[in-house]
Design a protein around this ligand. Structure first.
Ligand code: SAJ
Length: 441
């Protein structure tokens, strides 16, 4: 480390890193490179050899604006290196995924095995005075029961005295990760007060936002409720879109006008709620308090049901078309990201498959998907309808006039309310938005 950046003691021996980040995914890699470019000696650890090799080459395996430049700078200055196993460090940051398993009727339950494995791998490297931070999103009680208690039992240490353990949830928005990592406020929950203070000292060196100190379990619930708040509000917007379909009213206009009120902030309806956070995190709250979380459960189920509702609408519009072929635009979980995890498009595709509706899939951002992605021209050639399921910028500026000759029929279903439907209508398309009746398109 070039200069001490926080009150925490920087590393003193060559063999000890300032920071060891376990998990080099969407959060771990940006976090590791952020600390490294601030002068910390950082070891990044990942079980995937390909990831380790890619990072050591100064390359990235995920798409995030600015990340490649930052990783290159960190690796070239020897502040960041990657390995497949941890090594001694002053601070360990755990940023591994928290997968979930389906229980019944779409209800998910957390699988904490990655967190447990991460703790197991750092245990032999821990020394008295170290700080261990869990950044992975987890159900209330995880930091205390799965991290702190585990270390205490294994090492016969007292947390808060021999070792410090805290939860500092990541809260950054994919697409804006690097900016939000430094600018967002952080909620820092210690297992004891001294644990929280140690973690605050660490983040003070790199975060410009405010650092809010609390308990580990409170921090866990705060993180989950942020995403739950968004999920419940999107459910309200999706319900409003269904109401608008029923009443023949344009949902975008209703939202625009309602949001002129100083205390109203309606969210936006879409093809469903995707990603690795919003469709999952509310279930972690439910898991911890099933009897007290009816609204959260109902909102989640409402959002889960949107693809089925939309495919039903599409089928009734395409009723007169024999064996329709669809060009599906966008399998990412939202606009301008490459991540197709839990994307609404997946469910739409499943429903098309169930109905034997032939579909070509085009996405200019996504590189990895479990079915064939086609080029733009191939997708639209001979198609009867374009269905937009991710709000990528590329789709917004498409020229519909150039597509009419290529397609067999001219239907547009913009499930994201992303395109200028009037322009498409003028070019001869029959258009449906999400909660936008054809007459208003
Ligand atoms: N969506 C809507 N309508 C809206 C807003 C979003 O349908 O009005 C959909 C999106 O299209 C997408 C899904 O919701 O399918 C999730 O997208 P998002 O942009 O709301 O959130 P994520 O999953 O990319 O990131 C969220 C963020 N949480 C909050 O904004 C409260 C981020 O700050 C978290 O760090 C991230 O989850 C996480 O890792 O937990």
């Amino acid at each position: 480390m070039t200069e001490p950046l926080s009150d925490a003691e920087p590393s003193t021996t060559d063999d000890t890193f300032d920071l060891c980040v376990v998990g080099l995914g969407y959060i771990g890699l940006p976090t590791a490179s952020m600390f490294a470019t601030q002068g910390y000696d950082v070891l990044g650890v990942d079980v995937d050899e390909h990831v380790v090799q890619t990072v050591n080459d100064g390359e990235i395996h995920i798409d995030e604006p600015g990340l490649r430049t930052m990783v290159q700078a960190a690796v070239n200055s020897d502040q960041l290196q990657a390995r497949s196993t941890p090594a001694p460090a002053d601070t360990f940051v755990i940023a591994v995924p928290t997968p979930s398993e389906e229980r019944e009727q779409g209800r998910l339950e957390s699988d904490l095995s990655y967190i447990e494995q991460a703790v197991e791998t750092i245990l032999p490297e821990l020394e008295r005075g170290n700080l261990v931070i869990l950044e992975s999103t987890s159900p209330p009680g995880t930091t205390l029961e799965r991290v702190a208690d585990h270390i205490e039992e294994d090492r016969d240490w007292t947390v808060g005295e021999d070792i410090h353990v805290a939860h500092c949830p990541e809260r950054v928005l994919p697409g804006r990760i690097l900016r939000e990592l430094t600018q967002n406020d952080r909620v820092i929950g210690g297992v004891t007060e001294s644990c929280a203070e140690r973690a605050v000292d660490l983040y003070r060196g790199v975060v410009d936002g405010e650092l809010h100190q609390t308990t580990a379990t409170t921090a866990e619930l705060v993180k989950l409720m942020e995403n739950t708040y968004r999920d419940v509000n999107i459910a309200l917007a999706n319900e409003l879109a269904n109401i608008c379909d029923h009443l023949g009213v344009d949902v975008t206009r209703v939202i625009e006008l309602a949001n002129c009120h100083p205390r109203v902030e309606l969210h936006h309806p879409g093809p469903g709620v995707g990603g690795h956070c919003l469709p999952i995190d509310p279930w972690f709250v439910v898991e911890s308090a099933p009897e007290q979380s009816n609204l959260i459960q109902q909102a989640r189920r409402l959002n889960q049901a949107v693809p089925r509702y939309l495919v039903g609408e599409l089928e009734s519009v395409l009723d007169s078309v024999t064996s329709p072929t669809i060009a599906l635009f966008g399998v990412a979980y939202k606009g301008n990201v490459d991540d197709a995890r839990e994307s609404p498009a997946r469910y739409v595709l499943e429903l098309f498959d169930e109905r034997n509706i032939e579909t070509d899939v085009y996405d200019p951002h996504v590189r990895q998907f479990d079915r064939e992605l086609t080029g733009f021209e191939e997708a639209v050639s001979g198609a009867d309808a374009i269905v937009v399921t991710a709000a990528h910028d590329e789709f917004k500026y498409l020229d519909p006039a150039g597509l009419t000759d290529l397609m067999r029929n001219h239907y547009l279903f913009d499930f994201c309310n992303h395109l200028d439907l009037q322009k498409w209508q003028q070019a001869g398309f029959t258009c449906r938005g999400r909660g936008v009746p054809e007459a208003d398109a």
